[in-house]
Design a protein around this ligand. Sequence first.
Ligand SMILES: [Zn+2]
Length: 446
Amino acid sequence: MIKQQTMHIGLDDTDSTRKGCTTYVAALLVEKLEKLSVKFLDYPNLIRLNPNVPWKTRGNGALCLRIEHDEGLEDQIKEATIDLVEEQADLSFKGTDPGIVFFKKAEIPEEAKTFAKDAITGIVTLREAMKLIRRFEGEALGFNTCRGIIGALAAVGETLADDHTYELIAYRLPENCGLKRKVDEASIFEMDELTRPHTFNNVDSEKGRVIITPRGPDPILFGIRGETPEIVKKAFGLVKPLEPVERWVIFRTNQGTDAHLKRAVTLNRLEPFNSVIVAGVVSRNPRIIPLRHVIFSIKDESGEVDCAAYEPTGALRKVARQLIIGDNVEVYGAVRKPSQGKPLTINLEKINILALAPKTVLENPVCPKCGKRLKSMGRDQGFRCEKCGTRFGDIRKVAVDVKRELKAGLYVTSTRSQRHLTKPLRRYGLEKQSAAEGMIETWHFP
Ligand SMILES: [Zn+2]
């Protein structure tokens, strides 16, 4: 009997704005490893990291393959991985800093899990990553600045033991990359109808647009997100591609789980580059700034911050516009550090309206004699009844409640501006508490 070994292979940052995608490298690696007869312990994990790190503009996703293999194959597996990254990564591009981590512990240690959570919600350093890798006798390989090692280790450390989702990604032939994507749009709307609520972020209903196809030169034709491997595979069967699909893989991921958000106790504890959930009372009425962005302020006993709903947030922006001083809210979003005279600002992803303040307007009182609404005679000049002519020097305007159009509850940014990690409304109530046992038989092609 040949001794079996476990290996977790973490990959990050092989892509650039002009080519590639780390999920594609993982897809190719799946096929290579399968030829070496390894056993996959899980679907490839696609881990989205903190979307606010200043050096990342794209999806910030890292990958981990978890396998069991014959003891003698270790070197071949490592070589296959390194060769593939060298061949696929856009190494000459400034800002592409690939990293590979080989982690050979069967159980992922708590410290690595904590490191992953920190990389998803905040900022971690390469030094911390290297310290952990050494401590647990892992191996790391980095290119350029080596920053990709951080994400590679974070992908290893995030075991998706709680809430998670799946994404089936279909890839294009290399010769089609850069050309317009050809997929039958009507079939995507139909797929959404037939699989909802168990798939999500297929279409933007506000704009009537499909959003499973990315833009840009990467090799992804489309990706379908959903609750189970079965449903994303079924949905894939319903979508009609109008160009060849070179390959597809089902990933298990933290997308759509709000994993990036951390609850902050008070407003003075917010840190730039983190994503937070924090409660406060509206302290400045919404104002519309150029480009149709809406800004309002909230405060608690510790401080005050601005909250911004940018134009692409769509429905969320409309909600923000209707808030008034005194409304009790919980806001979700990324903390942006103060700059150019602007205070600390939360870029909103969601608003949970806990309680609406009464909205009142001041009206002139009615005449106690004949019931007609009185006329003001000017500031502090009292009122006069136009019907009976009586003057009243010492009565004031009265506050009258106005109905609020807004309702309490949770509001989410429009589908097209949701981050990979944002939990969409459709997923509420479908959250998972544990990882599923076993895998479906065919989870990738070829
Ligand atoms: Zn009167």
